[in-house]
Design a protein around this ligand. Structure first.
Ligand code: PEP
Length: 266
């Protein structure tokens, strides 16, 4: 029997296994998506116990996901959401609209949004609330730039970013988020954090989450930044790395599936 991952079942906590989420960014076409999604759902890897997978697609392709992924274990979501719910906000897409298409997830605070769209910590916190209010799981991204790492500010930066979100949430709501640690210097650069570097920051994030309660400490903390089939096993073996947020490698079925397979219990 296959289990359908919905908004209600997606955030079951790290004990449910690794979570691997593809971020397609500004890529895709109806025909290309059909081939990619078809190859993903044809694989037995995604039905295996111990790993959950999702793809976060450009808004126009949510309808295609709803159609192609109906009844499948592969969940899907959006890459951003408006901080507003309705009104005169031209070009914005509200969380309830995304939820209407059956999406389980929405990424918030990706570094590309923070950098190119000047999103503040307060905006990311507001977006997180909108996603939760719509019954979906926000994937809250945090991460330092290279300059911040080199000046020894990594923990201070991710603390500021995560606490801005946690401070806006009750413990009950905070237990429904997913966190993604994505060092900005590792995104799309081919330069990955070592598993030790990732674990160090993940353990720090876990402590921040624990300060909000044990249920909050149990949320998935994903690593993102040039995860590939050849480094996923090592990264996923770290005790506080609960899966990955995958950019470039999510665009090739073979690579994404290999990364999902690396998330299986061993
Ligand atoms: C991302 O976009 O979230 C990401 C981690 O990209 P990449 O895997 O390509 O570094």
């Amino acid at each position: 029997m296959t289990t359908v991952v919905t908004a209600a079942t997606a955030a079951t906590g790290r004990t449910a296994g690794k979570l691997v989420v593809g971020n397609w960014k500004l890529h895709g076409s109806l025909a290309g998506n059909q081939a990619l999604l078809g190859a993903l759902i044809a694989s037995p890897v995604l039905s295996a116990k111990g790993v959950h997978a999702a793809v976060c697609v450009p808004f126009p392709y949510l309808a295609q996901c709803q159609q192609v992924l109906a009844g499948q274990v592969l969940a899907y979501g959006a890459q951003d959401v408006s901080a507003e719910t309705k009104g005169a906000f031209t070009g914005e897409v509200a969380a309830p609209m995304i939820a209407e298409f059956g999406a389980a997830y929405a990424i918030v605070g990706h570094s590309e949004r923070r950098t190119y769209h000047a999103e503040s910590d307060a905006t990311v916190a507001a977006k997180t609330l909108r996603v939760l209010d719509a019954g979906m799981t926000p994937i809250v991204c945090v991460g330092e730039t290279l300059a911040e790492r080199e000046s020894g500010d990594t923990n201070a930066v991710v603390t500021r970013q995560l606490n801005a979100v946690l401070d806006a949430l009750t413990a009950e709501l905070a237990a429904r988020i997913v966190v993604a640690y994505e060092p900005v210097w590792a995104i799309g650069t081919g330069r990955t954090a070592t598993s030790a570097q990732a674990q160090e920051v993940h353990a720090h994030l876990r402590a921040l989450l624990r300060a909000k309660g044990e249920a909050v400490a149990a949320v998935h903390v994903l690593y993102g930044g040039s995860v590939k089939p050849d480094n996923a096993v090592e990264l996923f073996s770290m005790p506080d790395v609960d899966g990955g947020l995958i950019g470039g490698a999510a665009l090739k079925a073979e690579d994404f599936l290999a990364i999902c397979e690396a998330g299986l219990p061993r």
